[in-house]
Design a protein around this ligand. Structure first.
Ligand code: BGC
Length: 485
């Protein structure tokens, strides 16, 4: 894209030669509403900084949550051992046995369970216990001699207000989960009770957000990691912050701690975000209207739905598919973000992949090249907005610690958008150059895929907790022996 500060640069590429004037007019208006110019990114970064500072100071509805995570030890890469980890994402539950090899590398054996709709709506805790039970049985895992339980790290991809490294109250559900009697309660307790009900001999010794897990995994291999990000079904980030800057932290203010931003909740009031009627439609009908508005503009669960809304707006004006939709397209969340990826990537002259999604998958009537091009353009506008907003958030966090930019910085990233959306990483670098400076981005910034990072990171944190427990027990034993002597 040429001059990313002019609206024209966001409008012209989406005009279709040979299309009707009405379609082009509508595409132009739509492109303008989805545009995120450089000035807009700067405005977002400034608001991010205000909101980060306010959230570090106190819990406030108008600020980012900025949750202290109780994780304050950086991994060295030398940690060794086998650890059990659970990773509850928006789509899957993974149960893993992680091996840290002590040479900055790791391996894992994992089993993936798709989270059923029933689990998302009601019996999640029992579902988790059942899956863990299956994993233990299939891998023949039991507590070590002398112990009643297997220690485990739990990655939990929903916002919790942590009260210790092994406890935290659920602040709300998102990503379509609505399990009752959970908000405000300690999720470790809820999990642990389910383990007891199902006779699963596991003890959660650490609970971490998936972004914290990703940060820790990346740091295990790249010690200069400053941030962990998820660009997946949902989106969020965690970073190292000096405790002296965390006004609301009641404990010792020396040293540093990982802070979970919960950036999906950024600007819920939409003061600065380029919020369109298509976002509004999605938001109003979602399970959490008015919440996670930023996440709804950039993450995998929602992008397809924004695109579906925008496409239907053109259909309803008889500008696409001769005004006809299909039963499938009429239903919410049928336009998967994976279809968007296939559509955006299609560079065949007849846009064959676009045709296949529209006609074979969505069962629309036969489409012509203008229909296909228009759908591709709508997807591209929404995808581009998503990447630019993603880059804005990452840049805002890095710029909040400007002293870091003088040295190499690694960022660990995981999630389906980062892995599968066409050119996501390339575009993230490109946009970052504008706001973080070409010198820093080209010479010192490294984005790493922290694959399966959330689970591995939980194992790393669980291991440090176990080490501390063992050390504390040894110290207590020495003290008792000394007192007895
Ligand atoms: C949750 C975060 C999580 C992110 C990525 C968001 O919906 O609120 O806690 O880190 O998704 O999975």
């Amino acid at each position: 894209m040429a001059d990313t500060n002019s609206i024209q640069a966001f409008v012209e590429p989406y005009q279709i030669p040979g299309a009707s004037a009405a379609l082009n007019r509508n595409l132009a208006a739509m492109a303008e509403s989805f545009a995120v110019t450089d000035d807009k990114v700067r405005e977002i970064i400034a608001e991010f900084h205000r909101s980060m500072r306010a959230g570090l100071d106190k819990d406030d509805r108008d600020a980012l949550p900025m949750i202290p995570t109780f994780v304050s030890r950086r991994p060295t890469g030398k940690e060794t051992g086998h650890f059990l980890a659970l990773d509850l994402g928006g789509t899957n539950l993974r149960v893993c046995q992680v091996e840290l090899r002590g040479d900055t590398t790791y391996s894992l054996v994992q089993q993936k369970f798709t989270i059923t709709q029933e689990a998302k709506e009601s019996r999640l805790w029992d579902f988790i216990a059942e899956c863990v039970g299956i994993f233990l049985e299939e891998h023949d895992l039991r507590p070590k001699p002398g112990r009643r339980t297997i220690p485990c790290g739990f990655t939990f991809s929903f916002p919790i207000f942590q009260t210790s490294i092994a406890s935290g109250d659920l602040s709300m559900w998102n990503k379509g989960f609505t399990v009752p009697n959970s908000v405000g309660r300690d999720v470790v307790n809820l999990t642990q009770s389910a383990f007891q009900r199902h006779h699963v001999p596991v003890e959660v010794v650490a609970i971490v957000n998936d972004t914290v897990g990703t940060l820790m995994t990346s740091a295990y291999s790249f010690p200069d990691t400053q941030m962990g990000i998820i660009f997946g079904t949902g989106t969020n980030a965690a970073y190292w912050e000096n405790l002296s800057a965390v006004g609301k932290w009641k404990g010792d203010r020396r040293g540093e701690m990982v802070v979970n931003l919960e950036w999906g909740a950024f600007d819920n009031a939409t003061h600065v975000l380029p919020y369109t009627m298509h976002d509004n439609k999605l938001n109003r009908k979602s399970s959490n209207p008015g919440m996670q508005v930023y996440e709804k503009m950039i993450s995998g669960l929602f992008l397809g739905e924004v695109a579906r809304n925008a496409i239907l707006a053109l259909v309803d004006q008889r500008l696409l598919f001769a005004g006809r939709s299909s039963e499938i397209l009429n239903k919410s969340y049928t336009f998967d973000t994976a279809y968007m990826s296939a559509i955006v990537a299609d560079d065949s002259p007849g846009l064959d992949a676009v045709g296949t999604v529209l006609e074979a998958t969505l069962e629309l009537p036969p489409t012509d090249l203008v229909d296909r091009r228009a759908v591709q353009n709508v997807c591209r506008m929404i995808g581009t907005r998503g990447v630019r907003l993603s880059a804005a958030a990452m840049a805002a966090v890095l710029l909040s610690r400007p002293e870091l930019l003088a040295s190499p910085v690694s960022v660990g990233i995981d999630g389906s958008m980062y892995q599968f959306y066409p050119n996501f990483e390339r575009d993230l670098y490109a946009v970052s150059r504008v706001f973080l400076g070409a010198d820093f981005v080209d010479n010192r910034l490294k984005l790493h895929l922290a694959k399966d990072g959330s689970g591995v990171g939980a194992a790393i944190v669980a291991m440090t907790v176990e080490e501390e427990r063992v050390a504390a027990a040894a110290a207590a034993a020495t003290a008792t022996a000394a007192a007895a002597a």
